[in-house]
Design a protein around this ligand. Structure first.
Ligand SMILES: [Fe+2]
Length: 397
């Protein structure tokens, strides 16, 4: 009898455990990223929404329509995401800017820009707010590191057997603390050390081969000037760009432009060694940044594609001809040859059922058609630039 009671108690406990297990499993949903069965993985990039708790209706419509049309597997916010004042307003602003993504059940990641923390809420508090909405994959891998939210997010192979690709979220920080140097901050040595150690560990796990990767951060690397501009032997005062102790032409080398250059890039004023670190680790094939809202060019700098994603926001400064979001398509079997396109707001607005023209701040379809026509002329010009660059890669100067 005693044994029977014991047996029944064990049976009842087992039943209780079984009834709890599915609930527990449901609470800890699998957030692992994985290539799709067709070998693709799509990442949508929202740069510089830079808005407060009253997110512009046109920005929301742009996000919703881009998400519905392209159905990405992941969204990355590239910094200067919210600029509302105080905790309560930042909370509402983050809720608003993530809502299109959260409502669609899409996982997302983010990096911080130079403006996110300027409004009396720390990045750590901001990150905790993001983590309370939907499936936020950014985490602060090593809180002691400079910045907040430095982390890596692996994408597994479609069979789940191994890490097939890796995404670096890096905080490019805010403003240089040294008044002698000034300007924007940079990726600090402790962040680079962590990156190199983590990339080496991933490489070791991957049989000694670097895991192909992309880097996402707000501010462009300083080498953009060496690549896009002509270095001058002497300063021409206001007629030259004077940076890092070097002097550059005011205008870029136009044959390098395959997208818009409507403002001078704003990298840090010091060489921070990030490009050298990427080359040492050998994993980063492309870097995507925001920060310069009106630019959409891509240049290859010493083997790494450097891509300026223009602003998707309609509140901060930006131009109707560049505004939009980036779309990366990764290919599991050929990770080095990813596809990238800029999803343009005017294209979305011209769709039959678009909410953009009728949203607050939206414009008539005829206006977007005009912007599209103007863009077609400029795109043809970029094609000519590209041909010229192929024939004269070193330029004529
Ligand atoms: Fe910005």
């Amino acid at each position: 009898m005693k044994h029977l009671k014991k047996l029944l108690a064990v049976f009842a406990a087992a039943l209780m455990l079984l009834s709890v297990l599915p609930a527990a499993a449901a609470e800890t949903a699998d957030t692992t990223l994985r290539f799709n069965g067709d070998g693709t993985f799509k990442i949508m990039l929202f740069a510089d929404p830079q808005d407060d708790e009253d997110l512009e209706e046109t920005t929301t419509a742009l996000m919703c329509e881009a998400l519905d049309k392209y159905q990405p597997d992941l969204v990355v916010y590239l910094g200067d995401n919210t600029v509302a004042n105080g905790y309560d307003n930042q909370y509402k602003a983050i809720e608003a800017v993530t809502k299109p993504v959260v409502d669609r059940g899409i996982p997302y990641a983010l990096v911080f820009g130079n403006h996110d923390e300027e409004h009396n809420v720390t990045k750590e508090e901001l990150l905790a707010i993001y983590q309370s909405f939907g499936t936020c994959l950014t985490y602060d891998a090593v809180p002691a590191l400079t910045g907040c939210g430095n982390c890596n997010i692996p994408i597994y192979s479609s069979d789940g057997a191994k890490i097939a690709f890796n995404l670096w979220m890096i905080d490019s920080n805010m403003y240089n603390a040294d008044p002698e140097v000034g300007g924007y901050d940079y990726v600090h040595q402790d962040q680079l050390d962590w990156y190199l150690e983590t990339a080496a560990a991933l490489k070791a796990e991957n049989g000694g081969e670097p895991v192909p990767a992309m880097d996402f951060q707000h501010i462009v690397i300083p080498e953009i000037f060496d690549e896009l501009y002509v270095e001058l032997p002497v300063s021409l005062g206001k007629l030259s760009e004077n940076r890092n102790g070097k002097y550059y032409s005011l205008l870029p080398v136009f044959t390098r432009l395959n997208g818009y250059w409507l403002e001078v890039p704003c990298p840090p004023n010091v060489y921070d060694g990030q490009l050298a670190a990427w080359k040492e680790a050998g994993d980063v094939i492309a870097e995507f940044h925001g920060h310069d809202h009106n630019n959409s060019y891509q240049v290859n700098i010493e083997g790494v594609d450097v891509v300026n994603v223009p602003s998707c926001g309609c509140n901060s400064y930006s131009k109707d001809i560049t505004r939009g979001c980036g779309l990366i398509t990764l290919h599991e079997n050929d990770p080095a040859n990813y596809d990238y396109e800029l999803v343009r707001m005017f294209d979305l607005a011209l769709a039959e059922d678009s909410a953009i023209p009728n949203a607050q701040g939206g414009k008539a379809k005829a206006y977007y058609a005009l912007v599209k026509a103007l863009d077609a002329v400029v795109q043809a010009m970029f094609k000519v630039f590209g041909l010229f660059y192929k024939v004269f890669p070193d330029g004529l100067l």
